[in-house]
Design a binder for this molecule. Structure first.
Ligand code: UT7
Length: 333
């Protein structure tokens, strides 16, 4: 019989330091009005010095495990753009801190699409019989790679983590993940990138400039690509799942910009009010964005068991993806 991955637990974690638009505008040539109207963001959270991505991942992971009612998993996948170190992966550290014994643990790097890629790899492992339970975490300390002088990125991104537990189940049961659509286009590598940080320059090569270690994004170009790619990917999984767009109760898109999410809803023909949004509170948290949006909607009581949920994301690489699920009865952690 075909096995499916079923969502069994959910949790989020935000660092305590809240940073308002006003605070950023005071040191950047910006304003609360500009940031709110262009992005929908009112505030974001930033990790204090010494707090690592693995710490936020542990916070979200422990809540997801608690809400699933079982502290054990066979595998852990961490999606992150901001690992604790370039080598090794952050996931084994997280597994160790969570007391997961010798569970398989690896990182996925797909920037803002990272959580969906990680979800697909966890679901795939379950479907193939390689695991009964998998913890999937999206976690970022994105503020660490922002150029403090770049107003176009500094106001957008925030830190945080979100996590889900997947368990083996039946494709027809409530909570089962549907098919995935994933894609990439490396031709767009320069649009969203941290240019430096690869192997050190050799011989006569000049080393990278200090600002090359910071994140850069060509926002205008990325805006429309995000709408198009998420729209196409969402439509593909709707077709594969056999849902019409009007069957979708909630669109949970990567929280890049509230204008992107609204255009995306228009693009696929979904009423805008069915799009979940928490970007005002947390900004763009990259790989943590989708599970944090799910945790936010769940905590607000907006998700009812049996609701049909469409997930989609777009990010650096370029990468994009989408999947569907029916919302299960999940304990609030
Ligand atoms: O998470 C991965 C996927 N990410 C995305 O999909 C993000 C996509 N892009 C965006 O969300 C938007 O493009 C941004 C929010 C990044 C920028 O908004 P925009 O409406 O596309 O603005 P823009 O880049 O075209 O800039 C318009 C103006 C420029 O000034 P001039 O050249 O017209 O004089 C910018 O310099 O706004 C200026 N600007 C700012 N002004 C005040 C850019 N950032 C700021 C700022 N405060 N923080």
């Amino acid at each position: 019989m075909t096995r499916a991955a079923v969502l069994a637990g959910l949790g989020g974690c935000l660092p305590p330091r809240l940073v308002t638009n006003e605070e950023l505008a005071a040191r950047l040539d910006s304003s609360d009005e500009w940031v709110r109207s262009r992005t929908g963001i009112r505030q974001r959270y930033m990790a204090e010095a010494g707090v690592l991505t693995s710490d936020l991942a542990v916070g979200a992971g422990s809540r997801a495990l608690k809400s699933s009612g079982d502290p054990h998993v066979d595998a852990l996948v961490v999606a992150t753009t901001t690992p604790d170190r370039p080598c090794p992966a952050t996931a084994p550290t997280v597994a160790s801190k969570l007391g997961l014994g010798h569970a398989a643990a690896w990182d996925v790097s797909a920037v803002c699409t990272g959580f969906l890629y990680a979800l697909a790899s966890g679901a795939g492992l379950i479907a193939a019989g390689g695991a009964e339970r998998v913890l999937v975490i999206g976690a970022e300390t994105f503020s660490r790679i922002l150029n403090p002088a770049d107003r176009s990125t500094s106001v957008i991104f925030g830190d945080g983590a979100g996590a889900v537990v997947l368990r083996a189940g039946d494709p027809d049961e409530v909570g089962a993940l549907g098919p995935f659509d994933l894609g990439s286009d490396g031709e767009g590598v320069e649009l969203i990138t941290v240019p430096a940080g690869g192997p050190p320059p050799d011989g006569m090569d000049q080393g990278p400039a200090p600002e090359d270690y910071y994140f850069t994004m060509q926002g205008k170009k990325v805006f429309w690509l995000a709408v198009q790619r998420m729209g196409q990917s969402a439509q593909t999984v709707l077709d594969r799942t056999g849902w019409r767009v009007e069957d979708v109760d909630h669109l949970v898109a990567h929280q890049a910009n509230h204008r992107i999410t609204r255009r995306l809803a228009d693009e696929i023909g979904l009423p805008r009010e069915r799009a979940v949004s928490n970007i005002a509170e947390v900004g763009n948290t990259a790989a943590a964005s989708i599970p944090l949006a799910l945790a936010h909607a769940h905590a607000a009581g907006a998700l009812t068991p049996g609701d049909r949920v469409l997930l989609t994301a777009f990010g650096g690489g370029l990468t994009w993806g989408a999947t569907t699920l029916t919302w299960p009865a999940v304990e609030r952690s």
